[in-house]
Design a protein around this ligand. Sequence first.
Ligand SMILES: Cc1cc2nc3c(=O)[nH]c(=O)nc-3n(C[C@H](O)[C@H](O)[C@H](O)COP(=O)(O)OP(=O)(O)OC[C@H]3O[C@@H](n4cnc5c(N)ncnc54)[C@H](O)[C@@H]3O)c2cc1C
Length: 166
Amino acid sequence: MPDFDVAGDPALRATLRAARAWGVPLSVFLGRKQVTTHEYLNGQPVRSTTEPLWLETDRSAAMALELYEADLCTGCGQPMSESTLLENEEQYQISYEYCHGCVELDEKGFVLTGKDAAGGPTTLPLETSRPRVFAVGDVRGGSTKRVAAAVGEGAAVVAQIHASLS
Ligand SMILES: Cc1cc2nc3c(=O)[nH]c(=O)nc-3n(C[C@H](O)[C@H](O)[C@H](O)COP(=O)(O)OP(=O)(O)OC[C@H]3O[C@@H](n4cnc5c(N)ncnc54)[C@H](O)[C@@H]3O)c2cc1C
């Protein structure tokens, strides 16, 4: 399957989104017409073959856009597979005011942490489903909704942040 650099090509993304909005494959959006070939025997038509609407490249391009979008944080819009990499720490400016979209929540909308978060066996007690993202206080599922509890968790999380960075 051909590769499409959807992440690095905003114009391609815009074109693919427009094609998706119109409900047509990329190649058709760009002007391709479906070709129908007629076969004749003794001057009589015996078979007509129309090429498929969706070409393999169309499917690859559409899938590339879907995979790219599935990787975007629903809160801040950053590509999560890249923005959460340690080596890219300085390259992404995270909008903290909006970035709540990439951690697992419980049914009431509180942030899951520790063993309740599907982060894996090494998830620390106040760590969310995303490694090195922590939650304390009222926003955390299962917390005691009191000032002293929030302050206590705020103190406790410091050691866990240090542990996750070491
Ligand atoms: C009416 C009332 C009375 C209470 N009385 C008591 C009491 O007597 N004793 C007691 O112990 N507890 C009491 N509580 C509970 C106590 O207020 C909370 O447990 C405590 O404030 C939790 O602290 P926190 O830092 O986790 O959250 P908060 O104090 O709620 O702080 C969260 C902060 O995050 C900000 N914020 C929210 N969304 C975003 C965003 N998207 N981006 C950036 N910032 C954001 C908010 O504006 C807020 O400043 C009371 C609560 C209420 C509502």
